[in-house]
Design a protein around this ligand. Structure first.
Ligand SMILES: Nc1ncnc2c1ncn2[C@@H]1O[C@H](COP(=O)(O)OP(=O)(O)OP(=O)(O)O)[C@@H](O)[C@H]1O
Length: 223
């Protein structure tokens, strides 16, 4: 279980996250919503160990983010808002490169399979020739190379066509429900949030989102 207690983050003197406490069970998909600048990416960065909170604690099962940073990192798959892959390298070369950095030992065939499961059938072509949606799929495939327990995705479906959006959505659901991964992801697409998420966390305590999600049957937690 991922457990977040009294998490607080300030940049300079500006309060971004104020006293967030919640838990997420394996297999759960949590949607993070809120207006631009509310602090969704900040929360993902704290959970990805890229940034540190000013106050509060995060634990993953028996591991504390403060004490066991190295062990925690092995459990995290993180896809930032900006796609982070090598444009000049092929899909295969990217997968092999990131496999070397990961705490795992996967064959080229296993890596290819990861891409195919996302309906990404390009393999020997340079990444620069892929569409935005394909690049995003590749970024997600890379984040899964080391079989992480938690998957953190910052707007994974922004700016991509409906078909790829649906493919990515079903893939994420499969990752949560069949592989028992914890998924937290941000999106501004409320239809997608209603469809994919078990629960929704609204950052910024914004009544607008609560209202939109009122009849969705989803539990909405606001901070
Ligand atoms: N490294 C930083 N230093 C200073 N301020 C920062 C830093 N990172 C983020 N902020 C500020 O923190 C606030 C929250 O930013 P964040 O990117 O988390 O919002 P968001 O909810 O993800 O927004 P969006 O929907 O636009 O992606 C913003 O006011 C932003 O300017």
């Amino acid at each position: 279980m991922l457990n977040i207690q009294s998490l607080t983050k300030r940049y300079n003197r500006k309060q971004i996250l104020n006293n967030l406490s919640f838990s997420v069970l394996p297999g759960e998909v949590i949607g993070l919503v809120g207006e631009n600048g509310a602090g969704k990416s900040t929360l993902l960065r704290l959970l990805a160990t890229i940034d540190k909170p000013n106050k509060g604690s995060i634990t993953l099962f028996d591991y504390s983010y403060k004490k066991h940073r190295k062990e925690i990192r092995k459990q995290i798959g993180y896809v930032p808002q900006d796609i982070a892959i090598w444009d000049e390298l092929t899909v295969k070369e990217n997968m092999l490169f990131f496999e070397k950095l990961a705490y795992t030992n996967k064959t080229s065939e296993q890596l290819r399979q990861l891409c195919l499961e996302m309906n990404l059938d390009k393999w020997d072509v340079p990444v620069k020739t892929l569409s935005g949606g394909m690049k995003r799929k590749l970024n997600i495939a890379i984040s899964l190379i080391h079989d992480p327990t938690i998957l953190l995705l910052d707007e994974p479906t922004v700016g991509i066509d409906l078909k790829s959006k649906i493919e990515i959505g079903s893939y994420l659901l499969k990752q949560a429900k069949e592989h028992n991964r914890i998924i937290l992801y941000t999106s501004h697409d409320m239809d997608e949030i209603k469809h994919l998420c078990d629960r929704v966390i609204c950052i910024g305590n914004d009544l607008f989102y609560k209202e939109i999600l009122k009849n969705s049957g989803k539990e909405v937690i606001s901070f």
